[in-house]
Write a protein that binds this ligand. Structure first.
Ligand SMILES: Cc1cn([C@H]2C[C@H](O)[C@@H](COP(=O)(O)OP(=O)(O)O[C@H]3O[C@H](C)C(=O)[C@H](O)[C@H]3O)O2)c(=O)[nH]c1=O
Length: 178
């Protein structure tokens, strides 16, 4: 089995250990296999693959795509190290407004279902590859500002963050319908 799925403190968010085949040439990894993920309970299909490069101390997030095209994400690190955050925005969830965060480097993935906000802090220069369940739609692109007290997430003071992310709203200013 190329993947080992572990539960996290939020039921539907899964940490996935990737089987790595090392040899004298380097290594091989599978990052996704539809039937295996379905068997392991992650039944989503993924319609888009993204790659972003972030210098050390860059923070991207917290982003989500609104209905009717929310994005579940399968996040992995090609090289580097990040802290990956998932915030439950599903109003009827017992974990509403709660988050989990995990340090990811090559070999570990985080599955974040639809209805969550996602963000990550680059602990070193990092290439992050992630699959998304729905395609990007800029009209539905939204997010929560990184320092919203309601999220109880403390990021370092010296982060590099985009103007767009710096101007995101607080959770209680958003009309979220997950
Ligand atoms: C997300 C996305 C962006 N773009 C374009 C739009 C902008 O012109 C440019 C940079 O976009 P943005 O600044 O939103 O990129 P990130 O800050 O890395 O956003 C992502 O960061 C967090 C961590 C996520 O989970 C989301 O996938 C996504 O919101 O790429 C596209 O053309 N397609 C896309 O799917």
């Amino acid at each position: 089995m190329p993947f080992e799925i572990q539960n996290t403190e939020i039921e539907d968010v899964k940490l996935i250990k990737i089987k790595k085949f090392d040899d004298e040439r380097g290594f091989f990894e599978e990052l996704y296999r539809n039937n295996v993920f379905h068997e392991l309970g992650i039944k989503n299909n993924f319609n888009q693959v993204n790659l972003s490069y972030s210098k050390k101390n860059v923070f991207r997030g917290f982003h989500f795509q609104r209905n009717p095209k929310p994005q579940g994400k399968l996040v992995t690190v090609i090289s580097g190290r990040i802290i990956d955050y998932a915030i439950d925005l599903r109003r009827r969830s017992v974990y509403y407004k709660k988050h989990v965060c995990y340090e990811l480097e090559n070999g570990r993935m985080l599955f974040i279902p639809e209805g969550f906000a996602h963000g990550f802090l680059a602990l070193e220069d990092s290439y992050v590859l992630y699959l998304a369940t729905n395609e990007f739609d800029i009209k539905l692109d939204s997010g929560v500002i990184y320092n919203d007290d309601e999220l109880n997430i403390k990021l370092p003071d010296n982060i590099t963050i985009s103007e767009k992310d710096r101007s995101l709203k607080k959770l209680n200013e958003l009309d979220i319908d997950f």
